[in-house]
Design a protein around this ligand. Structure first.
Ligand code: GLA
Length: 367
């Protein structure tokens, strides 16, 4: 049974603690929920943008390090332009020309990324205050976050009710379960935008991390990072991660797609299909600490992004700075621009249907 310890209490193994995390610009209180599992691993989550603020996991000697980028208080998340740890919606990733057509009606969104819409628009779900509730979980600590996105918000149709449940399990996994319903046909693509550095946040670049992605194809992009519609075979390209390969091994190769992304910033077509059971999508090993992260998901795609837009100017947790490629993201998702790509798995949600996806980040060590 989850107990909610009083503000300011020291987290105990197998508990959830609530702390003040600051205020929104209009003065509403923002909280931080610190989930601690039986091994002392920790995940802390703020109700501002539903962001994962810290994730502390052991290395091969049992030493904990915080392995996600973030900020020390709500102000950091209010100012953030990188989506550190945030819940992203209503449509994670890009929609080309910031518009799409549903049942013959054109919906126009804000162009907040060149000519395109990115990550839900100007005020996406990452800038909203979510309602939070601790839940009892049999195998760990859970936090339920809810958000109501109004019909017309950021140009999307339909009142959307969204619930996200984060669970830190006693087996050192972070499970994220997304549910949504609408009262009118809409498009939905929810994800979490955690930036990982398995050696510890602020400890340097991630080019030596070894990555495997269970994908035979990726979706090549144009100059605005919108998929061309092609599903391209990864064989013989720097996008082949069938075998564990250092992220930095090919990142600066003379490759048209890497140049367009400024590194990796691409959606991979996972070998599994949509809406089956969760299955393995990616595995990352950080050789110096021995930390291993596996990503399991029900989603058909994963955006692999190597922090190409990080510039070292943002001050993060504990005064850390985050230069280019100091973290990587593996954002589970439906493919970018799906509302305009009839051949991609559909992202429409009808009245009466239930959107439900699950992604789990599982942590372990290699000796
Ligand atoms: C996603 C995008 C990137 C970038 C980051 C946020 O991963 O694909 O291009 O916008 O979000 O900075």
């Amino acid at each position: 049974m989850t107990t909610l310890a009083p503000v300011g209490a020291t987290p105990q193994p197998g508990s959830t603690t609530k702390k003040s995390f600051g205020k929104t610009p209009d003065g509403q209180p923002v909280d931080l929920y610190v989930l601690t599992n039986k091994n002392g691993a920790e995940a802390s989550i703020t109700n501002y943008g539903g962001a994962l603020v810290t994730l502390k996991m052991p290395d091969r000697n049992g030493k904990l390090a915080d392995i996600v980028l973030g900020y020390d208080n709500a102000d950091g998340y209010v100012a953030d332009k990188s989506y550190f740890g945030a819940l992203v919606g209503r449509y994670g990733n890009r929609i080309g020309h910031a518009q799409f057509v549903l049942d013959g009606k054109t919906y126009t969104l804000a162009k907040n990324n060149g000519d395109n819409s990115l990550h839900g628009g100007v005020k996406g779900f990452n800038k909203g205050l979510w309602a939070a509730k601790t839940l009892s979980a049999k195998d760990g600590q859970s936090l339920e976050l809810s958000y109501r996105s109004k019909d017309g918000e950021e140009g999307f149709p339909g009142n959307l009710k969204v619930t996200v449940i984060y669970t830190l399990t006693d087996a050192n996994a972070l499970k994220i379960e997304y549910t949504a319903t609408t009262d009118k046909k809409t498009v939905v693509n929810l994800t979490n935008h955690a930036y990982f550095n398995l050696a510890g946040q602020g400890s340097g670049d991630i080019l030596g991390h070894l990555l495997m992605i269970d994908a035979d194809q990726f979706t090549p992009v144009d100059a605005g990072l919108i998929p061309t519609g092609e599903l391209r075979d990864v064989t013989g390209t720097p996008f082949d991660f069938h075998k564990p390969t250092a992220i930095g091994a090919r990142i600066d190769q003379d490759d048209e797609q890497l140049k367009l992304g400024g590194g990796y910033d691409h959606n991979f077509v996972l070998r599994r299909g949509a809406y089956a059971e969760e299955s393995p999508a990616a595995r990352v090993v950080e050789p110096t600490s021995g930390r291993v992260m596996e990503v399991w998901t029900t989603e058909p795609g994963i955006q692999f992004y190597t922090g190409n837009f990080l510039d070292g100017k943002t001050i993060g947790k504990g005064g850390a700075s985050y230069p280019k490629r100091n973290a990587f993201c593996l954002e589970t998702q439906h493919f970018p621009d799906s509302p305009n790509q009839p051949k991609f798995p559909p992202v429409t949600l009808n009245h009466g249907e239930r959107y439900h996806t699950v992604t789990t980040y599982k942590f372990s060590v290699e000796k």
